[in-house]
Design a protein around this ligand. Structure first.
Ligand code: MG
Length: 239
């Protein structure tokens, strides 16, 4: 028993977030936006287009997590807002389709992620649990060649619910073969989606901290790591 009174059962299942956890989403997003802007022959003219897009996209994903917008609307609405803020008229639906095609090709992994998956594959049932768009996520997993490591990909657009909502965690546990709650660990970089969602569901959580960030008092990840390559050591502690 540890201080919290829980017995230290060995984990059998890992629920892994995708973006910012095994994939370098920032790099992928930059790649896709740049390519799309080139396709549309944009001139930046002093506006930091990537920063503007990221601000709009972050806000709209929050709205999605809160349930006020659907994934199908989000895809296009973010570029409608982008167009409006820039004061440049383009077809947001066309822009979105081309952007998503480029994003689906952007399978950049974070350093060490592939090695971690390879090293853990024989000892853990792994499920990818991601808030994202089906076509984009499935394409990137395939292009990165990491599909074989996961028993299933659980993607919010397909489930119709996004982390931190409990239904998608239930879906992911089922995909992992229904381990007991204490036998599964949620690993992710988002305090809101992964850590709050996971711990509310009753899971132990491992927070992949990006840089120096304070943890709100109401959140207490079971483990905190700075990069994904530290995950095996965390798991060995429970071995
Ligand atoms: Mg993430």
């Amino acid at each position: 028993m540890n201080k919290g009174g829980r017995s230290l059962t060995r984990y059998r299942a890992l629920l892994l977030d995708a973006d910012g956890t095994i994939f370098d989403y920032d790099r992928g997003e930059e790649f896709a936006l740049e390519k799309t802007l080139q396709d549309f022959s944009f001139e930046g003219e002093g506006v930091d287009l990537l920063t503007l897009y990221r601000r709009i996209n972050k806000k709209i994903w929050k709205e999605f997590e809160q349930g006020s917008i659907k994934a199908g609307e989000l895809k296009i609405e973010r570029f409608r807002r982008f167009s409006a803020e820039l004061g440049i008229d383009f077809d947001p639906e066309k822009f979105s389709n081309i952007y998503l095609d480029h994003l689906a090709q952007a399978a950049f992994m974070l350093p060490g992620a592939r090695e971690v998956l390879e090293g853990l594959k024989d000892d853990y049932t792994m499920v990818l649990l991601t808030n994202g768009l089906s076509g984009v996520q499935r394409s990137r997993v395939r292009l990165a060649g990491v599909g074989e490591y996961f028993r299933e990909l659980v993607i919010s657009e397909e489930v119709g619910e996004a982390k931190p909502a409990p239904g998608i965690f239930a879906r992911a546990l089922k995909a992992a073969g229904n381990p007991a709650l204490e036998e599964a660990l949620m690993v992710g970089d988002s305090l809101e989606s992964d850590i709050l969602g996971g711990s509310r569901f009753g899971l132990d959580t491992c927070w992949l901290r990006g840089g120096e960030r304070e943890i709100p008092e109401e959140l207490s990840p079971t483990y905190i790591i700075d990069e994904i390559s530290q995950l095996p050591a965390v798991l060995e502690g429970r071995g």
